[in-house]
Design a protein around this ligand. Structure first.
Ligand code: TA6
Length: 298
């Protein structure tokens, strides 16, 4: 709750030039056509994304975001691993990847618009060895985020996962999420009751918090910012599920790193592998990712 931001860097609004440069340990990565992404080692977090079209930043970043542990950055693309929400053994909602310090490494393959990070250490309560890697690639109208995790063993590991993407919209009243008609979803506002989406598009007249299962992955899923005349398609790899969230008024007031009125300017659509959890055998590697493709409505 509360007004504008303290700490970190002042963050622009939904459609403006957005971010006035990375926070302390972040940086801009420039790709083809003048596209760029703001990335931080904290959480291997993509905090900002400006496609080549010059139509402004497409990710929401709270003016009150904090950029250091134990907080996760409020906006951009938080990495929810090894647990989405409370769907796992950890006490901390959304796991530890998003509020750990990752190490920047040479992108593979190297090239403009690429950034890579690794994480090999988790908190004691996780206690299982792993090697995680995040590869970001920005250029033209696309932002690609690829995650992989190797399980050296000796035991199999189970986890849930989501890319908790905050999309910028000029006005949530004119926002809609297309591509979910007919999908089953769990309504987190009603003890995860199982429902079916009847509407051609999900719109927002109050708090929405739903885990959609077995959703389309080839670009049918689209976040439309009607007021801003922009849209972003979500193409997914190995991420069957998609969470749709807007905190609305009351929950916004309760979040210290989120302005009371910032819910008007964001919609979360989070590509995930949530139900069933992922089971990764010893010696195996799991890969997943999303490509966000920015479009204009005109
Ligand atoms: O986006 C789905 C969700 O699980 C919501 O229930 C809400 O808790 C949101 O994540 C944000 O969680 P956070 O821990 O970042 O405040």
């Amino acid at each position: 709750g509360g007004g504008g931001g303290a700490g970190g860097m002042a963050a622009g609004g939904a459609g403006g030039a957005g971010w006035e440069g990375p926070p302390a340990e972040g940086r801009w990565v420039g790709g083809a056509g003048g596209a760029r992404a703001g990335v931080c080692e904290h959480g291997a977090h993509v905090c900002a994304w400006e496609p080549a079209d010059g139509a402004g930043g497409r990710l929401f970043l709270s003016a009150r975001a904090a950029y250091a542990p134990p907080r996760a950055i409020r906006g951009g693309v938080p990495l929810c691993w090894p647990q989405f929400s409370d769907l796992g053994p950890l006490a901390s909602q959304h796991g530890f990847a998003r509020n750990s310090r990752w190490e920047a490494v040479e992108p593979a393959p190297p090239g403009p618009g690429a950034a890579s990070f690794v994480l090999r250490e988790g908190p004691p309560e996780w206690g299982r060895p792993f090697q995680a890697r995040l590869d970001v690639r920005v250029g033209g109208q696309d932002l690609d985020i690829a995650f992989q995790v190797a399980n050296p063993g000796p035991e199999a590991m189970e986890f849930t996962f989501a890319l908790h993407t905050y999309f910028a919209v000029d006005d949530v009243a004119g926002a809609r999420v297309e591509g979910l008609q007919g999908c089953r979803y769990l309504d987190s506002l009603r003890e995860r009751a199982e429902c079916t989406e009847a509407e051609e598009a999900v719109t927002f007249r109050g708090e929405v918090d739903r885990i959609y299962l077995d959703t389309p992955s080839r670009g049918e899923l689209r976040v439309v910012d009607g007021a801003g005349g922009r849209a972003v398609r979500i193409l997914k790899r190995n991420l069957p599920d998609a969470v749709v969230w807007n905190p609305w008024e009351e929950k916004s007031r309760r979040m210290g790193d989120f302005g009371d009125d910032e819910y008007h300017r964001m919609v979360c659509v989070e590509a995930g592998a949530i139900q069933p959890p992922v089971r990764l055998e010893a010696g195996a590697t799991w890969q997943a990712g999303q490509t966000l493709r920015a479009e204009s409505l005109s």
